[in-house]
Ligand binder design. Structure first.
Ligand SMILES: C[S@@+](CC[C@H](N)C(=O)[O-])C[C@H]1O[C@@H](n2cnc3c(N)ncnc32)[C@H](O)[C@@H]1O
Length: 164
């Protein structure tokens, strides 16, 4: 079973891992405020590990031209549900990074791959295929933002809780 598929098993409970602040997408918007400040207000953005739709929905509310994708059908279902509840509509597709160009014909100005999702690739070959897949749907001089969390460092610093 692929990692993305493993997310199916807890997709309906995934939201409980997050605080309301994180679920609102505001944290991801804040963290990526510098990249968004440089982007065109109508930039086309792909969240290629959209999970339950947190960031994509927040971006859609700001009227960016948003698309979302994730390798887990269960997570995409939850994202579709959350978008419907927020009365927001934008394309949400189920696909792994290596196959993005099979699902998206366009080239995006900005692609996000957040939440340490990239840490799920299992080997060097899969990493290269995944990064190539993202590059294929990124326009020339577009930006790809990959969040890679250094848990060893965080554990060393003994950061256990983050409060807002
Ligand atoms: C830790 S979650 C992060 C989700 C979201 N970005 C967030 O911050 O809430 C990792 C996500 O990456 C997705 N994922 C893992 N491997 C993937 C792949 N090869 N292609 C597409 N999505 C993948 C999983 O299905 C899961 O939704």
């Amino acid at each position: 079973m692929t990692t993305a598929r493993q997310y199916d098993t807890f997709s309906t409970d995934y939201r409980w891992l997050y605080t309301d602040h994180t679920l609102s997408g505001k944290m991801a918007l804040d963290i990526n405020g510098d990249v968004l400040a440089l982007a065109d207000p109508k930039a086309s953005i792909l969240d290629c590990s959209c999970g339950i739709g947190t960031l994509a929905i927040a971006l859609a509310k700001l009227e960016y031209e948003v698309n979302g994708s994730d390798g887990s059908p269960g997570m995409v279902d939850q994202a579709i549900l959350a978008a419907r509840q927020a009365e927001i509509s934008f394309p949400l597709k189920c696909c792994v990074w290596a196959n993005l160009s099979d699902h998206f014909a366009k080239h995006f100005d900005l692609i996000f791959c957040l939440g340490n999702s990239i840490g799920h690739v299992r080997n060097k070959e899969e990493m290269v295929q995944s990064l190539r897949g993202m590059r294929h749907v990124l326009r020339d001089h577009g930006k790809l933002v990959i969040e890679s969390i250094n848990w060893e460092q965080i554990r060393k610093e003994k950061t256990r809780f983050t409060h807002f």
